[in-house]
Write a protein that binds this ligand. Structure first.
Ligand SMILES: [Zn+2]
Length: 432
């Protein structure tokens, strides 16, 4: 059954939603644009048979009452009353500048640069972290579940009707989508939870970077027909990572699987190792899978190590250059190798454009969004670099004459070998 424009749907709590138009249709239901009190929202109406309707509805009610764990979630806001044996829920509309993850995978849209991809990866990891810290798990992961702003890397997560406390049977009876599901969930050995979400998170990140399924290689390609039995072997009983260093039976096929073949060697080694851990040991042992915060640290390092040419804006990875030697960028611009700021467990290359983030310099913070400082280049002399304090806290450092100097907000300190900067509750050292 489909609603006509102008139909009024009653919501729990007394308000009502008026159908404006149909936005889309999926396996579970239809999404409509609706108006409530003159404001625009989206309504998802279930058209599938819900196996345990009462519990599913109760779980949605609980999620609505608890509110979104983070602003990145297009969270259920209102539940409708039942009508003809079904119901739906209301959420915010997806802003127009966000695209579906599946459109990225199908190469309909492209990121402008690598930094934005890493930002998107960090934002996805962070959203899952927030969810997991609340004891919830996502459970129904698929490439229709994300929206990404291609210019900023901001992420919105939708389909949150399947978010439940981990380890219990999902009331909507959704196990996830083949390829995203952990093998033990695919085999039906266990219900989804935080540990199986960790596997799915690694899948999403791999797809985001390599634009490919981590288990889809030669073994998949040479299967004449993907029957249910064959799918069970490939994703459940005998899954093999396409870049498993000990087992080359499922390597990507040249000219067929070009994306992973081209992209994989260009990823930093610590990112490749993280995927190998996730899809070699972690494919069998769910405790071997990377924690959300381990991904966050590795991705932040990736972000910090992308150098942007201050002349032409092209991107270059620091690991391609020898420490201390001049860097001849592929864009033909040359710069001296940056000094490194060691603070907490971070090593930040101090190259023009580099950001000093709240998480870098505050012991109690893991906020990578808030920028506390930035490396700038002297307009008249490309060789003079300094750090500008952009935060509210005044920094101090000992100058070459032994005096303690302060760096107030918006002031710049020239970068010098061996200098120590006190950022408030941390001290960083600038070294070669
Ligand atoms: Zn350049």
């Amino acid at each position: 059954m489909e609603f006509k424009t102008g139909t009024t749907i009653k919501l729990e709590g007394g308000k009502s939603a008026k159908i404006v138009s149909k936005l889309g249709e999926g396996g579970q239901g239809i999404v409509y644009a609706v108006k409530i009190d003159g404001n625009d929202y989206a309504l998802k109406w279930y058209t599938c048979k819900l196996s345990n309707k009462k519990e599913f509805r109760k779980n949605l009610q609980t999620n609505i009452a608890n509110g979104a764990p983070d602003s990145k979630f297009l969270w259920p806001l209102y539940l409708t009353e039942e009508l003809n044996g079904s119901f739906g829920y209301v959420m915010n509309l997806r802003p127009k500048n966000f695209v579906e993850f599946s459109d990225i995978l199908n190469a309909k849209v492209d990121f402008p640069d690598t930094k934005t991809i890493v930002y998107a990866a960090l934002n996805i990891v962070n959203a899952f972290r927030e969810l997991h810290m609340k004891g919830l798990s996502y459970q129904d992961l698929n490439d229709g579940g994300f929206f990404i702003n291609m210019q900023t890397g901001d992420v919105l997560i939708c389909d949150n009707d399947n978010v439940t406390p981990g380890g219990i049977k999902n009331p909507g009876n959704v196990g996830g989508k083949p390829g995203y599901m952990a093998p033990e969930v695919f085999r039906g050995d266990t219900f989804p939870g935080v540990l199986t979400d960790r596997y799915s998170l690694a899948v999403i990140l791999f797809k985001l970077f390599c634009l490919h399924d981590p288990l889809m290689g030669k073994a998949y390609h040479e299967s004449i027909c993907i029957t249910e039995k064959r799918e069970m072997e490939l994703y459940g009983t005998h899954p093999v990572f396409i870049f498993n260093p000990q087992d080359d039976s499922n390597r990507p096929v040249p000219r067929i699987h070009s994306n992973p073949i081209n992209i994989w060697p260009r990823l930093p080694q610590y990112i490749r190792e993280a995927f190998i851990t996730s899809f070699v040991d972690g494919i069998k042992d769910r405790n071997a899978r990377l924690h959300d915060n381990e991904w966050q640290k590795k991705l932040l390092r990736f972000l910090d190590e992308i150098l942007v040419c201050p002349i032409c804006g092209s991107e270059h990875m620091i690991y391609k250059f020898n420490a201390g030697q001049p860097m001849n960028f592929a864009c033909r611009h040359t710069f001296s190798y940056p000094r490194i700021l060691h603070v907490k467990n971070y090593s930040i290359p101090l190259f023009p454009g580099s950001k000093i983030r709240m998480c870098h310099i505050n012991t109690d913070s893991d906020d990578y969004i808030k920028i506390e400082g930035e490396v700038i280049m002297n307009k008249n002399n490309n060789a003079l670099w300094g750090i500008r304090n952009l935060g509210e806290i005044t920094w101090t450092f000992s100058a070459s004459d032994g005096q303690i100097r302060t760096i107030e907000k918006n002031n710049v300190v020239p970068i010098a070998q061996g200098m120590e900067i006190n950022f408030g509750n941390t001290t960083g050292k600038v070294e070669k």
